[in-house]
Design a protein around this ligand. Sequence first.
Ligand SMILES: Cc1ncc(COP(=O)(O)O)c(C=O)c1O
Length: 463
Amino acid sequence: MTLDLPANPNAAAVAADRAHVWHHLTQHKPFETRDPRVFVKGQGLRVWDAEGRQFLDGVSGGVWTVNVGYGRARIAQAVAHALTEMNFFAQTTGSVPGAQFAEKLISRMPGMSRVYYGNSGTEVNEKAWKMIRQIAVKRHGGRKSKILFRERDYHGASITALSACGQGQRVRDYGPFTPGFVEVPHCLEYRAQWGEGDHAGSYGERAADAIEEVILREGPDTIGALCLEPITAGGGVITPPMGYWERVQQICAKYDILLHLDEVVCGLGRTGTWFGYQHYGLKPDFVTMAKGVASGYAAVACLVTTEEVFDTFKDAPEDEMSHFRDISTYAGCTAGPAAALENMAIIEEENLLENTRNMGDRLMDNLRALQENHAAIGDVRGKGLFCGAELVADRSTRAPLAEAQVQRVLAECQARGVLIGSTARAMQGLNNTLCLAPSLCVSADEIDEITSTLDQALTRVLG
Ligand SMILES: Cc1ncc(COP(=O)(O)O)c(C=O)c1O
């Protein structure tokens, strides 16, 4: 089906985009001879570009964001109401939508108690790290200031977030970086770093022990926090191996290290629970979230922490420097929490967590069935509607498929009307994982449409 549009009504916008907009993560040379893609309409999981072409969106707005799908008028109405009542005041004060969303969010996060608003995933991650640095000053004479991050994880685009980035291609050319961030090894069993004899227990325990080795090398009294994605997203959809999280939690407790979980992708239902960490019974000190918080209907991000952390910042009211001295202007916009509240209501009323688990199982089953027929699918990973298929040139050696070939698979899907994603320009030689993450309201037919299209694309590109 194509949209019934009059002759190219968006031509002027496309020309303006081509002339003046600099797209993210994009090499613009090709747009000297052809138009960039401009999307003009979305409904459910379908989007239409300026040419009127329709696509089934298998990655929720390209970057795991539009959790409740496109065209939700009730979110727009809630935002309109918030804006006409009181659009903004600095977040040094409160707002009705901000208070209501915080209460609702905390009710779904047992053990957590305080919400700190921000604008983006990058920004709330940095806010967590500022808190961790200040806690180091307050409790440890400034010593426990280092923050551990993991190879293949990503936490944002600023220079400091890139200082905590485990993806070589993302950081290249952008240094020098912020000191005090230390990398620990990844936990992707398919790309296991240690030989069989090197771990008596499970691979997951071995990968967690590798974190302890870094802690001991650096000195436990210098490490303030460990920052991890519950399931690594852009680094290859890496689901943690058995035994990993239990050991990680023990290690944090043993060395008095705060646990910061970056739920920017997993948060708000993507994996079939409200948060990814809730699958593993973790007790984090900081949880950061963005993307799915308001499904892209407004820009809002949150840092959620415990009452214990919160209390640390009101311990010395007579000291004018003891509270958290941080502000972001746009965190006072009420559109964000108003949209987030409605987004959460939709997830609950439409049972989208359950749908995510059911449709996620179907997506994983379909991918595993494709793996039987396509030798190029080396590994299939995922949880809920957060799935990845790692493509290889040779299944026996696990040699990664070249990035250009992976991109051809994406292009073939797109030519057939389905948008999927992949790891791209993140890790040299390892940009070979397809990403599939449709909106949480996806139907069984839509899941099958995504995987049957992928089937055709793989046959076309790789035989
Ligand atoms: C796990 C993770 N953390 C943080 C970010 C950064 O979020 P933002 O782009 O909103 O700054 C991203 C973005 O993709 C992400 O995947």
